[in-house]
Design a protein around this ligand. Structure first.
Ligand SMILES: Nc1ncnc2c1ncn2[C@@H]1O[C@H](COP(=O)(O)OP(=O)(O)OP(=O)(O)O)[C@@H](O)[C@H]1O
Length: 472
């Protein structure tokens, strides 16, 4: 349309024509500020034209993407846009004047019969997709293991398992203690699975892996606009997600003191206060906590709240380390191999008797997790069917050499003592420490939290040491 033709139409006519069109029209500039919106659209939105013009489009129109089209310059046709409870068909066009993107024009209309059919299909697809993710999310919130998955028949393991089975029916808090990798999380799953809450969520939270400043919002959730960067509509906290079910608080010793107070209040009052919210939400939870730290000592040192400790420690189940139940090593190894075979598409893998014997003599500081890593490494390097000593990592393959590297007999010094290189102890310790950290990181594929567990170190301590030894 040329300017000459347009000039024949008085501006008041043009305005009326735009208003008479059945479509709702909005024009924004490149910043997404509304330059024009017709009265049909304003009536539909129930806003005054004078109010809307000059405002960022997101403040006026629900679920709009006009500001995006005004920046990308890419048209979006036949999009579904829920506004005021109706699903509308939206078309968004970039406005290009003299080869320059200057803004965007948008129209929305009620779906016609064809559109209606198309939108119905689109909505059905979206509902199917939503249901798929809902089921997936629900599965994530279910316990994955039961008591049958807890392998081991040593008396001390059976005693722990029996106690766990016995208390699963109650609502009391449980504190699982034991070294890293002993199976505390497995126990937590099994307890939930056998409880009356098994149909409800099981939410596992590792307190060591949450950055301090995100702790509160992760645990208690937040409301819309609670802080800059908060998700629109707010976010449910993990405690809320676990409602009617079980919350498993792993590495509870790493929970900041301020959060310990807030958690205690929640457990006493059975309600949560999301960040930035005035309201309280009633919740019904069972708590299972786990730690490999000495919480009582932490209480004495003022690092853990005494009242929370007693609140969590209603039932204490101590999971014994692997070295104290050597008879369990072979059956657990077999169970782990079955799992690994499924992942590696193998079958019939065997363990040589030398390997089992060597396993029985190892102290397993990383417990079952370390055993899993050793077996996974072995399966990776295995050529035949039987895992032999040669498939084990050096520290297990040749423990004497490794041990002998650690020191020599002072009472019986070797004749060629002058040939021995003796370094300052500090330097040697640093060297060993660096190597062990590197080994742990190899074992855990670079996962520092897992590596810290294997090494029996706190997460922050490991990060500091990695920095010191320049380990990436
Ligand atoms: N009795 C067992 N039978 C079979 N597998 C086990 C057993 N105990 C532990 N595992 C396996 O060992 C691994 C470590 O277990 P889990 O994560 O439960 O240990 P954890 O004590 O919670 O460790 P951390 O304190 O480091 O969090 C898991 O992969 C688990 O499946």
């Amino acid at each position: 349309m040329t300017n000459a033709i347009l000039k024949r139409l008085p501006i008041t006519w043009i305005k009326e024509i735009i208003d008479l069109t059945i479509e709702r029209i909005v024009v924004v500039d490149r910043e997404g500020i509304i330059l024009f919106i017709n009265s049909t659209y304003c009536e539909f939105l129930d806003v005054k034209q004078e109010f809307a013009i000059g405002k960022p489009v997101q403040q006026v129109i629900e679920n709009t993407r006009m500001h995006i089209v005004a920046t990308t310059g890419k048209e979006e046709l036949e999009g579904l846009q829920p506004i005021n409870g109706s699903v509308m068909i939206a078309n968004r066009y970039p406005l290009i004047i003299d080869n320059e993107l200057v803004g965007a024009l948008g129209t929305v209309k009620y779906p016609g019969p064809d559109n209606l059919r198309q939108s119905k299909n689109k909505i059905q697809d979206l509902i199917d997709e939503l249901n798929f993710y809902k089921t997936k999310a629900q599965k994530e919130l279910q316990s994955k293991y039961n008591f049958a998955d807890l392998t081991g028949s040593s008396p001390i393991f059976l005693a722990a398992k029996k106690l766990a089975e016995k208390v699963s029916g109650s609502n009391s808090s449980v504190l699982l203690t034991g070294e890293s990798g002993t199976g505390k999380e497995l126990f937590a799953h099994a307890i939930h699975h056998s409880s009356m809450r098994s149909e409800h969520p099981f939410v596992a939270l590792n307190c060591a892996s949450i950055p301090q400043d995100l702790f509160e919002s992760e645990l208690f959730g937040y409301e819309d606009g609670a802080f800059t960067g908060a998700k629109k509509g707010g976010k449910k906290g993990q405690l809320h997600l676990a409602n009617d079910g079980t919350i498993f608080l792993d590495e509870i010793g790493d929970m900041p003191l301020s959060m310990q107070s807030k958690l205690l209040r929640t457990l006493q009052e059975n309600e949560i206060n999301p960040v930035g919210g005035q309201s309280t939400i009633p919740i019904n939870l069972r708590v299972i906590a786990a730690t490999n730290q000495d919480l009582m000592k932490m209480v004495d040192e003022g690092k853990f709240r005494k009242d929370l400790f007693y609140r969590l420690n209603v039932i204490n189940i101590e999971i014994p380390p692997l070295r104290e139940r050597k008879e369990d090593i072979a059956p657990i190894s077999i169970k782990i191999l079955e799992k690994l075979e499924r992942n590696f598409y193998r079958s019939g893998t065997l363990l040589s008797s030398e390997v089992i014997e060597r396993f029985k003599h190892h102290s397993w500081p990383g417990n079952v997790r370390e055993l899993e890593n050793v077996l996974e490494r072995a399966i990776n390097v295995l050529d035949g069917r039987t895992i032999e000593l040669s498939h084990l990592p050096l520290y297990l393959r040749d423990p004497e050499t490794v041990a002998s590297r650690g020191g020599s007999s002072v009472t019986n010094p070797p004749k060629d003592a002058e040939l021995l290189q003796v370094s300052p102890l500090k330097k040697t310790i640093a060297k060993v420490e660096k190597q062990e950290i590197k080994n742990a990181l190899i074992f855990t594929n670079g996962n520092k939290i897992e590596a810290a567990k294997l090494l029996g170190l706190g997460k922050t301590n490991l990060y500091d040491k990695c920095k010191k030894y320049e380990i990436k």
